[in-house]
Design a protein around this ligand. Structure first.
Ligand SMILES: C[S@@+](CC[C@H](N)C(=O)[O-])C[C@H]1O[C@@H](n2cnc3c(N)ncnc32)[C@H](O)[C@@H]1O
Length: 268
């Protein structure tokens, strides 16, 4: 998860969420993608905002062709982790670049663009740049696990809705002059592809966190609540009792959570 002022992402957080991400991804979009890719013998894939490489570990075994992955991230430590953790049987190179500068020329020779847990932390201009680059290069894009602003905790608590609203406002905040899209990102990307004449298919890809997913539930909940309080400081006092109730429920294996995401496939 990113912090308000330093949008860095910890490798520990990415490792913790990787199994929930893998279970959530919309596998049927990969079936559609495979039909489109046909039986090309070799595929070059650009993974935007690759982090430690969660997407390549999930997707590479599901694609038939020999693959070369070009991993994009602005964080050199995450790129090094992605290289070290690459799946067997594929080749990987890294690009330490800002995704906001992506152009169709960067995608020359590409067969696929992927991104995962990325576009909700981008701006409308950056999302437009991704759509324009993919459309201009005629490259399919599989953009996975974008948040859409819906969270459901069970059992419910009267304070949940207020925290969720403040968290969503935090996701849409301006950071250093950049207005983040947060839960509006998928609609913005689908719109941008539409303006370039590219059809998109959307599928739900929710995290379904079970009561025994304690480690992920605990970190996710704390970060979710901290972001909400950062956005609406008046929540700090009621958040104290709420946090104690919820963390006790997590520790006792009594809390489950559904965190909605959407996957998008664009086929130029
Ligand atoms: C939430 S993480 C997701 C990582 C990975 N795709 C995954 O699913 O585990 C977002 C990643 O995008 C990278 N990132 C965010 N904005 C970026 C930008 N403008 N240019 C390059 N990388 C960016 C971050 O460094 C981080 O690794």
């Amino acid at each position: 998860m990113t912090s308000a002022l330093m949008p860095t992402v910890s490798p520990e957080w990415l490792r913790l969420r990787e199994p929930a991400d893998a279970a959530a991804r919309a596998a049927d979009l990969v079936d559609d993608l495979r039909s489109r890719l046909g039986d090309a013998p070799r595929l070059v894939v650009h993974d935007l905002g690759c982090g430690t490489g969660s997407a390549v570990r999930w997707l590479a075994p599901r694609l038939a062709a020999a693959q070369h992955w070009i991993m994009w991230d602005r964080d050199p430590d995450l790129l090094a982790a992605a290289l070290a953790g690459k799946p067997d049987g594929i080749t990987v190179t890294t690009r330490q670049r800002d995704i906001g500068t992506l152009t169709a020329a960067d995608l020359s020779g590409a067969g696929l663009v992927t991104a995962s847990a990325l576009i909700d932390i981008l701006t409308v201009e950056e999302v437009d740049a991704i759509a324009a680059a993919c459309a201009g290069a005629g490259v399919p894009a599989l953009i996975m696990l974008s948040v859409v602003g819906r969270v459901e905790l069970t059992p419910a608590d009267p304070f949940d809705a207020e925290v969720a609203a403040a968290f969503n406002a935090h996701q849409r905040r301006a950071v250093g002059g950049r207005r983040l899209l947060g839960p509006d990102a998928v609609a913005a990307l689908a719109d941008a592809f539409g303006r370039h004449g590219v059809a998109t298919t959307l599928r739900p890809s929710p995290w379904r966190l079970a009561a025994d997913d304690r480690a992920l539930l605990d970190v996710w909940f704390r970060e979710w609540l901290a972001a909400a309080v950062e956005q609406v400081p008046a929540l700090a006092t009621p958040a104290g009792g709420y946090a104690r109730r919820r963390t006790a429920e997590i520790a006792e294996g009594r809390l489950t959570a559904s965190v909605d995401h959407v996957d998008l496939l664009a086929l130029p």
